[in-house]
Design a protein. Structure first.
Lengths: 143, 350
């Protein structure tokens, strides 16, 4: 097979193989280090108040969980996503900053998939401290 | 025209000053969605474009306060753009701002969250700005090794994302087969960045936004980069060539030679998957030219070429500031939900 033709055939094959790979189920929610804008809806802000039940301090993103009581008195566990522990620790936000059993209020945006999941852009701690992104709260020194 | 010039030249001073007084000043300050001033922006300008003449007026936004002042703006209708780079804040646009003669217009610019939706601790740009702010602008003679060559050692924070000669992000022109793969990925709206799947994020660790550390000896430079696996690359300075036996790899094989005070690093032996510059082949070749013009600055010129996948080379420049009190942290990309490595949409050609 001439080189040019071979290259072309290889390219076509690659595209076909790629199509096969891509046609498999790729759930954006399963991407570990994803775009927040893809997973969460900026038009769906939410404020949740609840009790911290778990903190998962993992890269690339940390999560914490809170029990929230809804209007009917049902307790629903919400999953809330943060940035990376590597960056959080530089803002003096450690795995112990959120205490189990502590009541916190979290502002964020709801997940597009409708699950009990949101990103955390501001956290009001029980002791009155406010942790958030941006200029307003660098969480002190970013050491 | 000549008459006009003469008339202006002969005009009394009050008349001239009243003519210039027709021009307006637009001042403002940027605020985040929490209502706090946005600080830490580096080399970001507020730009006004006259709707009728398309003439541009701009002013740099203060890194410390988020304020700006655009002067000598002729009256008219303008569109304002503030191109804040990714990711904490979005780009700002406002159309049809009416500016009256001689007016001083004060604008409070409310900027929305960017693609990370304001998530706490998810913006390397803010982190880098904080690091550089703490370090200040360090100067002094270029440190040198015992043999007189510049010593690039230190922790460095990049001042901006890599850009091409026109100031825009550098992107290769893809050959048809590569363009077709890129098109399919776009159409499926999936992120081809392997970094999104806990795999390496760039074929060129120098281009990763997080801080990087060089530890230099006479025979090798070890580069540590946070936020991307493998996180370590070796740049061999001992004169060795490309190995006879080599598995194509994520970061390739790097060797460096000195041209005067510039370290020229050539990297080949990449796999076909590593992202950053778009779809490429194993023929990708990268040349980085590092120089340290003074104690506090590192400059890099990058040339990347791929004769199999790209129509021509891509060139970028970058600059970094020394942040000597910072350190690189361990980075292991875990995943809480389920293994995702086998879901990476682009794994190279068979």
């Amino acid at each position: 097979m001439p080189m040019k033709t071979m290259e072309r055939a290889r390219g076509i094959l690659a595209v076909l193989v790629l199509s096969g790979v891509l046609s498999g189920a790729i759930a954006p929610g399963a991407i570990a280090h994803h775009s927040f804008a893809a997973e969460y809806d900026i038009n769906s802000p939410v404020t949740l108040t609840g009790t911290v039940t778990k903190v998962a301090w993992t890269n690339p993103h940390a999560f914490f969980y809170i029990d929230v009581e809804d209007e009917q008195g049902n307790v629903v566990n919400w999953e809330l996503e943060l940035g990376s522990p590597n960056m959080l620790i530089r803002y003096r936000f450690t795995r112990d900053t959120l205490q189990l059993g502590e009541i916190v209020t979290v502002e964020g945006f709801l997940a597009r998939d409708g699950s009990n999941l949101a990103n955390a852009r501001t956290i009001h701690l029980a002791d009155g401290r406010v942790l958030s992104a941006g200029s307003s709260a660098r969480l002190g020194d970013t050491r | 025209m000549r008459l006009t010039r003469i008339a202006l030249a002969l005009a009394p001073a009050w008349m001239v000053s009243s003519l210039f007084a027709q021009e307006a000043t637009v001042t403002g300050q940027l605020f985040d969605p929490n209502g706090e001033p946005i600080t830490g922006l580096l080399n970001v300008s507020a730009q006004l474009t006259n709707v009728d003449t398309q003439q541009d007026f701009e002013a740099l936004i203060s890194t410390l306060t988020g304020e700006f002042s655009i002067t000598d703006v002729p009256p008219g209708t303008y569109n304002m753009t503030i191109p804040i780079p990714c990711c904490l804040y979005g780009r700002y646009r406002e159309a049809d701002i009416s500016i009256e003669p001689g007016q001083t217009l004060q604008l409070d610019v409310a900027v929305n969250w960017g693609m990370n939706l304001g998530t706490i601790a998810d913006d390397p740009g803010t982190l880098g700005a904080d690091m550089r702010s703490r370090a200040g602008r360090l100067s002094g003679p270029t440190p040198r090794m015992p043999d007189g060559k510049p010593d690039l050692s230190g922790v460095w924070s990049w001042l901006a994302r890599p850009t091409g000669s026109d100031g825009a992000p550098a992107r290769p022109v893809l050959k048809p087969w590569a363009a077709e793969i890129a098109r399919q990925l776009r159409e499926l709206n999936v992120d081809m960045n392997a970094g999104a799947y806990c795999l390496p994020q760039s074929a060129i660790p120098t281009t990763i936004a997080y801080p990087t550390k060089f530890a230099q000896t006479a025979s090798v430079i070890v580069q540590l980069t946070e936020w991307s696996i493998a996180g370590v690359r070796q740049i061999f300075l001992d004169g060795r060539g490309f190995p006879e036996y080599w598995n194509p790899s994520w970061l390739g094989h790097s060797t460096g030679t000195w041209e005067g005070d510039t370290l020229v690093v050539e990297t080949v032996g990449f796999n076909e998957i590593t992202p950053m510059l778009g779809v490429h082949s194993e023929q990708l070749r990268v040349v980085e030219r590092f120089s340290r013009p003074d104690y506090g600055r590192l400059e890099v010129e990058i040339m990347a070429e791929d004769p199999e996948a790209w129509e021509g080379p891509v060139r970028m420049t970058m600059e970094a500031a020394l942040v000597p009190d910072e350190e690189i942290l361990e980075w292991v990309c875990e995943n809480l939900k389920e293994p995702v490595h086998d879901q990476v949409p682009w794994r190279g050609r068979p």
